[in-house]
Design a protein around this ligand. Structure first.
Ligand code: PLP
Length: 428
């Protein structure tokens, strides 16, 4: 008997390439049939067969409050009743801009867009327009959305499918993208020494979440800030994933580093399509209509999406929000690590704020090369066993996972117990 998920997948593949509207959803690297979800509430999702899962994907990051948070849903409902889209400025957009600038002190001005990709693409264009330079630096394994010049040795879906660069990106574009090793200070220093005056910007996931979770050293990050300043390159922190996920001030707050520009997405939309880029006033004033760098969007600042974003930002500012979220995530990581140790399984987990990494490896990876050396085949078996047991992790060994405020201690403990069962059965 075929399941409803299988029927839908077969049907989807007839009209949608690969049956999905974003590649990792297709389960290609883990194999099997993607779950077609029909409902999500709190920490749980339900598939087309009605099976319930504890969800650690959180719509790939936005669902920090849990799914269908009642305050966010009500904000969306009441905004929708006043009109879905105006294509004209609204007071709510000012509220959102002011809130973002308040929360991230590096942001003096901000522009709203509809996705993380738009945010990073626009920030790169702005950095190039501001500096009058073409070359950009990115790091291998970092994913910044799917703009052409950023699809070079990228992470996320590209890593999952073993092809970190995309077809269809002209060599003429890619040649302006210099790709360096994440967390390699010597190479960074050499590159700036050799080409510093050509570099428009450096874009980085300041904690990487698209080659699994990888934290850079403080030394590397401070060096990066110093070199960009010395050479007049714009430092862009891509906090689309980490923004308001790792803590109330993003990675910039954790490391005490002020980037020139920051890109945001995911959490700031509360599950609706919102992205943003912002930072230094002198740079942001180069955007049209003030300056010559063009950037626009029919649905930018959508009143419904912004209402969801504002309602989310309001709730994550509750006292103790990040303390609880961090403690829940640390509970998951500590429980998984203890279970793996007990059964002698080559596994380790790590976390920061509400974001975690699972690695079938001896030590927490420090670099792209470390991540590539982890045991993906075992991850895939673990993934399917957990899925069958009702625990939904990202269907790729290269994606970070997310805990939400709706995950209870009992939820976390049930996931640890399921993992322990698998570790016990697969020990040695
Ligand atoms: N930047 C980072 C760090 C991301 O993780 C992502 C998406 O996963 C993006 C940019 C692109 O965002 P979007 O998928 O909203 O276009």
């Amino acid at each position: 008997m075929t399941s409803r998920n299988e029927e839908l997948f077969a049907r989807a593949q007839r009209t949608i390439p690969g049956g999905v509207n974003s590649p990792v959803r297709a389960f290609r690297s883990v194999g099997g049939t993607p779950r077609f979800l029909k409902k999500a509430l709190g920490a749980r999702v339900w598939d087309a067969d009605g099976k319930e899962y504890l969800d650690y994907v959180g719509s790939w990051g936005p669902a920090i409050l849990g799914h269908a948070d009642p305050v966010v849903v009500e904000a969306v409902r009441s905004a929708a009743l006043e009109g879905l889209s105006f294509g004209a400025p609204t007071e709510r957009e000012i509220d959102m801009a002011e809130r973002l600038c308040e929360l991230l002190p590096s942001m003096e001005m901000v522009r709203l867009v509809s996705s993380g990709t738009e945010a990073t693409m626009s920030a790169i264009r702005l950095a190039r327009g501001f500096t009058g330079r073409d070359a950009i630096i990115k790091f291998e394994g970092c994913y910044h959305g799917h703009a052409d010049s950023l699809l070079v040795k990228a992470g996320s879906g590209l890593l999952t499918f073993g092809n970190p660069s995309s077809a269809g990106v002209p060599e003429d574009f890619a040649k302006h993208t210099v790709v360096l090793d994440y967390n390699n200070p010597a190479q960074l220093e050499e590159t700036f020494q050799a080409r510093g005056s050509e570099i428009a910007c450096v874009i980085i996931e300041p904690i990487a979440g698209n080659m699994n979770l990888v934290k850079p050293s403080a030394h590397f990050m401070h060096l990066l800030r110093r070199l960009c300043t010395e050479h007049g390159a714009v430092l862009i922190f891509d906090e689309v994933m980490t923004g308001f996920r790792v803590g109330p001030r993003g990675v910039q707050g954790l490391y005490g580093i002020t980037p020139d520009l920051t890109t945001l997405g995911k959490v700031i939309g509360g599950g609706m399509p919102v992205g943003a880029f912002g930072g230094r006033r002198d740079i942001m004033e180069k955007i049209a209509p003030l300056g010559g760098v063009y950037q626009a969007g029919t649905l930018s600042g959508s009143p419904v999406a912004v209402a969801a974003g504002l309602a989310s930002l309001e709730q994550i500012a509750r006292p103790g929000f990040y303390e609880t979220l961090t403690a829940r995530t640390e509970r998951l990581v500590a429980g998984l690590n203890a279970a793996a140790r007990k059964h002698g399984v080559n596994f380790i987990a790590d976390s920061v704020g509400g974001m975690f990494g699972l690695y079938f490896a001896k030590a927490v990876p420090q670099s792209y090369a470390d991540v590539m050396a982890s045991d993906r085949e075992t991850f895939n078996r673990f993934f399917h066993a957990m899925l069958d047991a009702g625990h939904y992790f990202a269907p790729s060994a290269f994606e970070a996972g997310f805990v939400s405020a709706a995950h209870s201690e009992a939820d976390i403990d049930s996931t640890i117990a399921a993992a322990e069962q698998w570790f016990a059965a697969n020990a040695g």
